[in-house]
Design a protein around this ligand. Structure first.
Ligand code: FCB
Length: 466
């Protein structure tokens, strides 16, 4: 497929900003693009169920068809190739591969990913596999979901099914995408599947997600026939005090603790952050740690996937001027920096990406970083051909790539960058309303049309090839 020769904006980065070895990619996830929800032996995931809850997802949207990628995979791989990227990050749908979340593999489901990997390699694109991007088999949720310890073991079994099939052709395997979203949004806030609102359960989920990551990583490494690159992707922002006061500094510390350190400390240091453990215990909550768990969770891995969308400030005082909420807990109120916003109403804060990457390099040394997601939704207007002149999105990418280059200048070990997303897709609770793609999708016809940002991305990558 040839990309249109649209005028690219002149947002070119310096020619030496990225070395030729830098890994360029685009990313998607299974439930957001595949469709074919009832085909090939796939059973419902928690997202299929959640989408049916009235009011849970914008417009009652669901992933039954999505981008119909399951049926259009070869054309989509051709599209990826036309962008000139090195790698494609996709996720595997657990309920396709192991429909009941336990028990036998479903060969037909696994065969889809086998074909996808072959198609990518034939086209010179490296596959980057995410094992879990939120589509838990519903049967496992019925058995307790991530708050149930058994789910960690089920995850490791499932990981081995994928690994056994693909390890000969896939070098990079990341376990979980954004466990904070699974635990916090899924079990505490309830705006993501499975939509539970139980703080204690969400803390149990944190531990079992991390345990599942460690178990799977250990088992894959033990079974590998050649060395692989293992890792995990976390969503990370920055948490700064809104004002230079003790209360705001403390709120920022708490936000950082619950959002970032609660995951990275056990993964890299082998223990949960003591200040967070303290706070939880004041609420009568303990992480459900059993003997040996922390060693499993701290299993070394080779790459940290960083998903960055925006940074935030925090205040320890609520809008009524109170320092404690009705629940007696100290206030942690997010305050968005006063910058331009995207269609998600998220602030645009590229300088905070530099700040985050340099901080990760400083606080968690020796860990290569790859930006596994970064991008923006805007209210696109497509012309009659489906083309979108998305200056706003293009600028977002240019500014964030410049921020990555700056973090590299400051010494952070950043090895790659994946744009989110290859194409418009099912944006979780926002349904199809929010478009993150660099390729426009007409959901009536399933026609894909690269946006200006795709052309810009292709040209930018090409600049570092020469
Ligand atoms: C991330 C998710 C991804 C997508 C982007 C916008 O949190 O990993 O699936 O929805 O946000």
């Amino acid at each position: 497929m040839n990309l249109p020769t649209a005028p690219s904006p002149t947002l070119l980065l310096p020619g030496d900003a990225f070395p030729p070895t830098f890994e360029w990619g685009v990313a998607t996830s299974s439930y957001q693009i595949e469709g074919a929800a009832k085909e090939g032996g796939r059973t419902p995931s928690i997202w299929d169920t959640f989408c049916r809850v009235p009011g849970a997802v914008h417009n009652g949207d669901h992933g039954d068809v999505a981008c119909d990628h399951y049926h259009r995979m070869p054309q989509d791989v051709a599209l990826i190739k036309s962008l000139g990227v090195d790698s494609y990050r996709f996720s595997v749908a657990w309920p396709r591969v192991q429909p009941h979340g336990r028990g036998p593999v479903n060969p037909e489901g696994l065969a889809f990913y086998d074909r996808l990997v072959d198609e990518l390699l034939t086209n010179g694109i490296k596959p980057w596999v995410t094992l879990y991007h939120w589509d838990l088999p519903q049967e496992l949720e019925d058995a307790g979901g991530w708050p149930n310890r058994d789910t960690a073991y089920r995850f490791a079994d499932y990981a081995m099914m994928v690994f056994d099939k693909l390890q000969d052709r896939v070098e990079t395997i990341t376990t979980l995408n954004e466990p904070w979203c699974s635990a916090w949004l899924g079990y505490h806030v309830g705006v993501h599947a499975p939509g539970r609102k139980d703080f204690r359960a969400s803390i149990d989920a944190v531990h079992h997600l991390l345990l599942g990551h460690g178990l799977a990583t250990q088992r894959m490494r033990a079974a590998e026939t050649t060395p692989h690159r293992y890792g995990i992707t976390l969503n990370m922002g920055t948490a700064d005090p809104a004002e230079d006061t003790d209360a705001d500094r403390d709120a920022a510390r708490r936000a950082d603790g619950m959002g970032l350190r609660l995951y990275l400390d056990p993964l890299r240091k082998g223990y949960y952050p003591p200040d967070m453990v303290d706070e939880l215990s004041q609420q009568g909550i303990a992480l459900p740690i059993q003997d040996g768990d922390m060693e499993i969770i701290a299993e070394p891995f080779e790459v940290l996937g960083v998903n960055f969308y925006f940074g935030q400030d925090f205040s320890g005082v609520d809008e009524q001027g109170r320092t404690h909420g009705d629940d007696g807990q100290p206030v942690v109120r997010q305050v968005f920096p006063g910058t331009a916003r995207t269609a998600m109403d998220w602030p645009i804060t590229p300088e905070r990406l530099t700040q985050l990457l340099v901080r990760l390099h400083r606080d968690y040394p020796g860990l290569p970083l790859v930006i596994t997601e970064n991008g923006a939704a805007f209210d696109d207007t497509a012309d009659e051909q489906g083309y979108v002149a998305d200056d706003d999105r293009t600028t977002y990418f240019a500014e964030h790539l410049a921020a990555v280059a700056e973090a590299r200048n400051q010494g952070a070990d950043i090895r790659g960058y994946f744009a989110w997303s290859l194409m418009d897709n099912f944006e979780w609770a926002y349904g199809y309303d929010k478009r993150f793609g660099i390729v426009h999708v007409d959901y009536d016809t399933q026609k894909r049309t690269p946006k200006q940002s795709a052309v810009w991305y292709r040209d930018t990558i090409a600049q570092y090839r020469d």
